[in-house]
Design a binder for this molecule. Structure first.
Ligand code: AMP
Ligand code: MG
Length: 331
């Protein structure tokens, strides 16, 4: 049974306890600005294998390696000029860069699923300070059972993994609420989106000065396994782009205009009454869980504009609505 420790008011003690668990080769759940992560020493094969085991995550799905800063990142990856520019502009923050793994890096092969590349991000806040205190990169996927909705609060982590981990650091609700945006600079200098997330493509393009391509390469299945099939699956069915609410449905509403049938909904949850996609992103996972907990057989979701963080919101909703594998093996 996990112990949950409030960070606020006792950050030094929180850091010390987290470092002690990491040093024993075990994972610890930590807040980041995107979602809560299940973090372990990225250079320790046994620790990384434990992450996969605790989550039930397929070992072919590489983990993002979190660094304290660009200096640490450069020890583990070879940066091209465009990737460096993006790192300088957006780190710490919700951007993951896929880069060639640097020769001699001690990152465990399990963390990259044996790929010659590594996904790197520098998180904000407590997570960044924890990595600095520990002195080594931390592999950290979302702190939820594989295939389920990502956690944006310590309580979500406790509900999903509380029986399987020792320590959860509680830093309050995640600010961004969806996972990081993943991009990769290709050999020809073009920039490719592997996963939309908490940093908008518009913001990336503004700094990059080149367009971000969304087209999937043939190798995308290997390069971004998180992009596949059913993911973020609640127990209820999910119906996206809903312009009316059907009998028996719970409703995730975007905007404030009246929607036919909403008065008879099992429950109505506001993703963003103001119609702000970033606010919808920050509330998405919490409200999907709450809608699921109503016991409704279906969750209807308003159309979300694809602008800004709306791209990431729509991506996660499409995955939640995708046909489920018979046995849940999506990651
Ligand atoms: P998450 O599931 O949020 O931990 O994100 C992990 C995702 O990052 C994976 O499913 C991949 O899409 C991507 N990723 C991580 N490392 C790599 C890598 N070395 N090469 C390509 N994609 C990666
Ligand atoms: Mg995840």
């Amino acid at each position: 049974m996990a112990k949950t420790l409030q960070i606020e008011g006792q950050e030094e003690a929180s850091l010390a306890q987290a470092v002690a668990v990491l040093a024993r080769g075990l994972p610890v759940a930590i807040p980041t600005e995107t979602v809560y992560g299940l973090a372990a020493d990225a250079t320790d094969s046994g620790a990384v294998r434990t992450i996969y085991a605790v989550k039930g995550r397929p070992s072919v799905n590489p983990l993002i390696c979190h660094m304290s800063d660009l200096v640490m990142a450069e020890r583990h990856a070879d940066f091209d000029p465009l990737s460096r520019r993006l790192a300088e502009a957006f780190w710490p923050g919700p951007l993951t860069l896929v880069l060639p793994l640097r020769a001699g890096s001690p990152i465990a092969p399990e963390a990259t699923a044996g790929l010659p590349s590594v996904g790197i991000r520098v998180p904000r806040g407590f997570a960044g300070r924890l990595i600095a205190a520990y002195g080594k990169p931390l592999a950290a996927p979302s702190a939820n059972p594989s295939g389920r909705i990502s956690p944006t609060t310590a309580a979500h982590v406790e509900a999903g993994l509380g029986e399987r981990i020792e320590l959860i650091l509680d830093g309050g609700p995640a600010r961004v609420g969806v996972e990081s945006t993943i991009v990769k600079v290709e050999g020809d200098g073009t920039l490719r989106l592997l996963r939309p997330g908490g940093l908008s493509v518009d913001d990336i393009e503004r700094v990059a000065g080149v367009p971000v391509s969304r087209g999937q390469a043939a190798s995308a299945a290997i390069e971004a396994p998180g992009m596949l099939a059913s993911h973020y699956a609640p127990r209820a069915a999910v119906r996206i782009g809903a312009t009316e609410v059907r009998p028996g449905e719970a409703f995730l509403k975007f905007g404030s205009a009246a929607v036919p049938g909403e008065d008879a909904a099992v429950a109505v949850f506001a993703l963003s009454a103001a119609g702000d996609p970033a606010e919808a992103a920050s509330r998405l996972f919490e409200l999907m869980k709450r809608a699921d907990e109503t016991g409704a057989t279906s969750i209807a979701v308003s159309p979300i504009p694809p602008t800004g963080l709306g791209e990431a919101v729509n991506d996660r909703l499409a995955r939640a609505a995708a046909p489920r594998p018979e046995k849940d093996e999506a990651s």
